[in-house]
Design a protein around this ligand. Structure first.
Ligand code: FAD
Length: 328
């Protein structure tokens, strides 16, 4: 197939991954990013690349698409799961992989930028709008979920915690992730509770106070963020560009995980260009059922009100927590 010149808007993980896949298949690729660097939406915070929504290991999956696994990651094999004062230890080998998000060396974002540039992808920063965009990878445009947190240096041991509760993270969960003296503590909640963000954060800090020295948070960096999930029929923007990653609403409705979707939809968009296949059909065949499943779980969770937390805490086994999107 003759080489095409492909223009991508947005150098998040979906835009960079898509650029890498297309470049590896012989296309000339330009990526236009409005910020001065990659990872500016993030804060060198820990995020988890989930490994339960597909039978294939996520690292093997993204490697099979054409990415190098040269970014820093750490397998998560256990998780302390909290509800109020109770907690239990859940084990699952390689349940997820911890990755750092931001503009520092070793982060997923900076590593993908390096991979893209090494292949000859042109990445232009401080660059907002150009004509003739083929791929729209500009991230969330709607607020479906909010997060507030702190990244901090710590002397505490490595640990992974997640907690449920109305007073700490209404509708979603709080988390504490520590690795190699670097910690992230955060609350994730629905947009209708935005006014309670500070209260949720304070209660989250109290929830995890047995595992950290709270004084260490004073020198930490506060952050806030949001995400979008939406099942769209039309996956082209108004100029006809393919919508990938969160720009296309691709994110898990139940837990709010979007990284794996970002890379998978980047691959499917690249494939549709490379093989002249319908992007919508590829998404329908590979992604939609999983998105719908996560939507149904969210509807059930929200309809249970306060009961949803104890039900999730008591009746979900390790397997369910980590693998409940698989085998739809
Ligand atoms: C606090 C927080 C914690 C999270 N934790 C997890 C987690 O643990 N696990 C998980 O899987 N997911 C998590 N997510 C979600 C995940 O980070 C995202 O789903 C994923 O990064 C989406 O990638 P993307 O490439 O679609 O979008 P983005 O990462 O948003 O990238 C979009 C890029 O486009 C640029 N851009 C926007 N508009 C324009 C424009 N007009 N012109 C040029 N450039 C533009 C932006 O500056 C940005 O660089 C979290 C999100 C947040 C906010």
């Amino acid at each position: 197939m003759a080489e095409k010149e492909i223009n991508i808007l947005g150098a998040g993980i979906s835009g960079l991954a898509c650029g890498i896949f297309l470049r590896k298949n012989g296309h000339a690729v330009n990526i236009y990013e409005k910020k001065s660097n990659v990872g500016m939406r993030f804060n060198n915070d820990w995020q988890t690349l989930e490994n339960w929504s597909d039978d294939m290991d996520v690292l093997k999956q993204i490697e099979s698409y054409g990415l190098d696994i040269s970014f820093e990651y750490e397998p998560i094999n256990y998780l302390y799961f909290h509800f109020g004062k109770k907690n239990k230890l859940l084990h699952e080998k390689n349940a997820a992989y911890l990755v750092c998000r931001g503009k520092e060396k070793g982060c997923l974002d900076t590593d993908l930028l390096k991979q893209a540039r090494n292949l000859g992808v042109n990445v232009y920063f401080n660059s907002k709008m150009v004509d003739n965009i083929h791929i729209n990878a500009t991230g969330p445009k709607k607020v479906s979920i909010l997060a507030k947190g702190i990244t901090f240096s710590t002397k505490s041991a490595d640990c992974y915690h997640m907690a449920l509760g109305e007073k700490i993270a209404k509708g979603y969960y709080s988390y504490l992730l520590i690795r190699n003296g670097h910690g992230t503590i955060a609350t994730v909640f629905g947009p209708k509770y935005s006014k309670k963000a500070n209260e949720f954060m304070e209660n989250t800090i109290n929830q995890f106070s047995d595992y950290i020295d709270i004084k260490e948070l004073l020198d930490g960096k506060k952050f806030g963020g949001y995400g979008c999930f939406e099942i769209k029929e039309n996956l082209h923007d108004k100029n006809g560009a393919l919508l990938i990653g969160e720009a296309g609403g691709f994110q898990d409705y139940f837990w709010g995980f979007g990284m794996r979707y970002a890379i998978r939809t980047a691959y499917l968009a690249a494939r549709s260009i490379m093989n002249n296949e319908s992007y919508e059909e590829l998404i329908k065949a590979n992604i939609t059922a999983q998105m719908k499943h996560s939507f149904r779980k969210r509807v059930i969770f929200e309809s249970l009100g306060k009961l949803s937390y104890p039900i999730l805490y008591y009746f979900k086994t390790t397997k369910h927590i980590f693998q409940d999107s698989a085998n739809l």
